[in-house]
Design a protein around this ligand. Structure first.
Ligand code: 6PG
Length: 258
């Protein structure tokens, strides 16, 4: 059976990082509405780095149905949940401490397993299996929305250029103890999970990412980690970037519309 090729990525550029906050919130709300109408729940996965700060447009917005959200982390550092390196802490500080989301709807690491990365990633994979395999009976989870960042070195999630995890085709969650970006011990979604999502959005800002963004969008054959994000049809990939990050990009921009 022939499979449709992936949809082309949609690139939207905004004047600066602040100008992305409200459109991103509107985009998330649209995805939430479609998901809740269809299945009664909204599954979303969040990254760390500069991404949590970009979610503040959701705070105080009465259209967000927090009780319908099921939140996972695209990647997480193997640290306690209140550690300064924790992506969960960052999301809590910027978002979850300010909104009425039930704590049970936020799926964090089992921090009793921090000393065993394999166990830690297995346990996180089981959380995904409980959420998706039992309800949707699919080989891979189909997130309604996955939000990604991109490092200036061209990594996304905790998938780094040249790392053996780029080839993982089977597991949903993998672990690594040699992340070039500190801290070294992490767990991460694998490509099969990212690439089965209904929508994936990269949020990338700042001039220090301009060269890498142009490599990723204009030279995808180089196979840098973000270029390997190609959601299977009918999944759709978006890039929400600022003009500084997009300065060197040739790839065609699309005007933002909801
Ligand atoms: O845990 C992490 O390190 C993040 O989840 C990571 O994947 C992030 O998205 C990129 O490193 C980009 O980070 P910045 O947006 O801060 O550049």
């Amino acid at each position: 059976m022939s499979r449709q090729p992936p949809n082309a990525a949609i690139l939207v550029s905004f004047p600066n990082a602040d100008a992305i906050v409200d459109p991103l919130a509107s985009f998330i709300l649209k995805a939430q509405k479609e998901a809740v109408e269809k299945k009664g729940r909204f599954t979303i996965a969040l990254s760390g780095g500069s991404l949590p700060k970009m979610l503040t447009g959701l705070v105080g917005n009465p259209a967000v149905k927090w009780d319908k959200w099921q939140v996972f982390y695209v990647d997480e550092r193997a640290v306690p949940l209140d550690h300064a390196d924790s992506n969960h802490l960052s999301c809590t500080n910027y978002l979850f401490s300010k909104v009425p989301i039930p704590q049970d709807n936020i799926h964090t690491l089992d921090t009793t397993l921090l000393n065993d990365l394999e166990e830690l990633s297995d346990a996180y994979e089981k959380l995904l299996i409980r959420e998706f395999a039992q309800k949707d009976a699919a080989r891979f989870p189909v997130f309604d929305l996955i939000l990604l960042g991109m490092g200036p070195d061209g990594h996304t999630a905790s998938l780094f250029h040249g790392h053996e995890l780029l080839a993982e085709e089977d597991r949903w969650i993998a672990c690594l103890e040699d992340s070039p970006k500190p801290p070294p011990k992490r767990i991460t979604f694998t490509y099969p999970v990212i690439n089965h999502a209904a929508r994936v959005v990269f949020v990338v800002t700042g001039k220090e990412k301009a060269e890498m963004l142009s490599q990723v969008l204009d030279n995808p054959e180089a196979g840098l980690p973000p270029s390997r994000v190609k959601p299977v049809f009918p999944g759709q990939l978006y890039w929400f970037v600022d003009d500084a990050a997009a300065a060197a990009v040739q790839y065609a921009r699309t005007p933002f519309k909801i």
